[in-house]
Write a protein that binds this ligand. Sequence first.
Ligand SMILES: Nc1ncnc2c1ncn2[C@@H]1O[C@H](COP(=O)(O)OP(=O)(O)OP(=O)(O)O)[C@@H](O)[C@H]1O
Ligand SMILES: [Mg+2]
Length: 508
Amino acid sequence: MFDDVPGAMIDRSVWTCASADALYRVVFTAMTEGVVIHAPDGAIVDANPAAERLLGLTRDQILGRTSTDPLWRAVREDGTPFPGEDHPAMVALRSGEPQRDITMGVQPSDAPLRWLRVNAEPFVGTTGERNVVAVFHDISEKVQSRDKLAEQNFMLENILTAMSDRVALVRADGRVIYRNPAATMDAAEHAPPVLESFWRGVDALTPDGAPIALEDRFPNRALRGESIEATELILQPAGRPDRRLHVVMSARPMRNAAGEIESALLVYRDISAMHKLQEERAAAQKMQALGQLTGGVAHDFNNLLTAIVQSIALVQDGCKGDPHLERLTGIIAKAAKRGGDLTRNLLAFSRQQVLEPRDVDVHALIDETTMLLRPIIGGSIDLDIRLNATHTHATVDPGQLTTALINLAVNARDAMDNRGVLRIETRDHPADDTPEIEIAFSDSGPGIPPDLRERVFEPFFTTKPEGQGTGLGLSMVHGFAHQSGGRIVVDDSADLSGARVSIILPAA
Ligand SMILES: Nc1ncnc2c1ncn2[C@@H]1O[C@H](COP(=O)(O)OP(=O)(O)OP(=O)(O)O)[C@@H](O)[C@H]1O
Ligand SMILES: [Mg+2]
């Protein structure tokens, strides 16, 4: 009746006791997993060929040994020794509980360490005592590839940590799922509230300062599948242009194994310092070009004016007694003198002024100039003089230094609308080797906006109404300071509300 069932084809007559033992031996020998049988005293009483191979010992070497045999050298996954009494077979033997999937490193004699996954199963033998069968297979390859992966991860982490380039992974919802330390620093320094989200609270601008719409931001473009090669842009916490970060950024879509875009990889470099340097260089070049231009014109102009001034003096002599002509020649002489003053300022700016430097006691010169200043700045401005420098001498043209100081005082007066405090102070400028003296003019006016600070030195740059300023005051001071081996710095006043303009000169 079972003839149509395939199992029925088996001749069950072979299943005698003796042949079951033979079958067991066949299976035992054929298994690729190592099998050892421990007697109740822990000694190994049987081992299959796979066990010989996996343990690197012959059957004779294995039989009779216990787990506590000093010849076994076993380690745990964390590298600490694996004591014989803790081997899974011994635990199973003691407790009667099966031990599952224990990882054990064994080092058969000189062979390299090999990782085994061990299962130990207790069973009751014919004598009624507890025995254990331990079955194990080699997982060295798995452990090695896991170790290798861990090593690669470690290396990658080290590289990402050491990199000065910023690396960030941004998910479609804007969450940053990875930042390397350099990027974390930016986030902390430039936009503390945006550690979580790449763009919440952060504006992205083109290098010209035009805002970039959210959908055109690099992470979003990458999340749509676009790859963007190193492109310059500005990142800034919303409304904080003072904390701008100029960066060059690349962006790429990151896909999962199924090829779907999961995040955007952003790699960017802070070029703020380089940018600042470039801007400074460009500003310096512009000033130099302006200097050459104005210098050339001023020079020729000065010659023409000299001719006019000399001739008009002769004409004035010749028309004495004619009031009409006297008035006209007077106007010409005055205009020529004014023209002479302007060209002198232009020459000063272009550093072509003929200077007569000598040793000057700057404090004494400031005292004298202050007397001149009182009537110029008027009675409603408090003059606060603080002469604190210890190096008080400089090699400069005293006349030009006086003019420079008057220019700064007049600027402060005009900025304060004739009312406020003008502080003139000197101090030793902290320089590494050559001592310098700093003469600073601070006022309680509105100050000079940061974006104008480079421009105020340009000749003819003025914010004053037509006819009230020629825009040559600071140009003259700038040219004079540089021609005297010093410089001029425009800043905010620390304790007055307004500007702080200082001339820094090498001390004699
Ligand atoms: N102390 C100050 N506070 C605020 N703004 C200032 C101050 N000093 C200079 N400025 C700004 O710098 C500009 C240029 O100054 P600069 O002395 O070169 O020219 P000016 O004062 O406008 O004209 P000029 O000095 O030739 O009569 C001024 O127009 C003003 O906008
Ligand atoms: Mg001025």
